[in-house]
Design a protein. Sequence first.
Length: 254
Amino acid sequence: MKKLLIIPFLMTALIASSCASCNNNKKEVQEEDPNVIVLFDGATFEGWRAYNGTEIPGAWTIEDGAIKINGSGRGEAGAENGGDIIFDRKFGNFELTFEWKVAKGSNSGIFYLAQEVPGEPIYISAPEYQILDNANHPDAMLGIDGNRQSASLYDMIPAKPQNSKPFGEWNTGKILVYKGTVAHFQNGEPVLEYHLWTPQWQEMLDNSKFSKDKWPVAYDLLLNCGGEEKAGYIGLQDHGDDVWFKNIKVKILD
């Protein structure tokens, strides 16, 4: 797949505020910058809930100032007390920053611009920033050219350079979404860029596991990612493995 360059304006901090919000009346933690919202305060699940649900599934806990998914060992099949979680507010143009680490052989992901579709998984409508132990999880060897390794746009664009740290060590991540242009960062480096709602985006979907002939429902939702609002939820994936997240913040962009 053709390697894309990060365009200059994405490397500049965009200030000003704007976002599409849903029916969320929960308290949000603000930093000194009025455009920054702390999604996780290090102590509570304030603002979070299950995807297509109202409560936090029991497999999710808070450990040493981090959100932890306690793996069931059953992969995506999961356990009765598991499942993905979302922050209960939609975001359109934003910069999401976070830290993550995995146990040996663990897999997870961060979803963005997600919609809630009854009876369907979150990834049917949302791009995924892959979270993975590249050295020990078999998904790292699947896909094409490493496009299922950490910080990749799952099954579509590989993260290059691939600079993730070994399991048990903290990594930093960033997802930048601005008027359809999306960039992933890992450990301080830009690793990929793409453009939603363009012929390029459609071509990537056509060549992925979400193609129209393989998965038409997912294809239609992802092709129009973010829906009419061009906004959606941020979600954390339960893939059946132990994974930790902390310092999760969103900066609203305009």
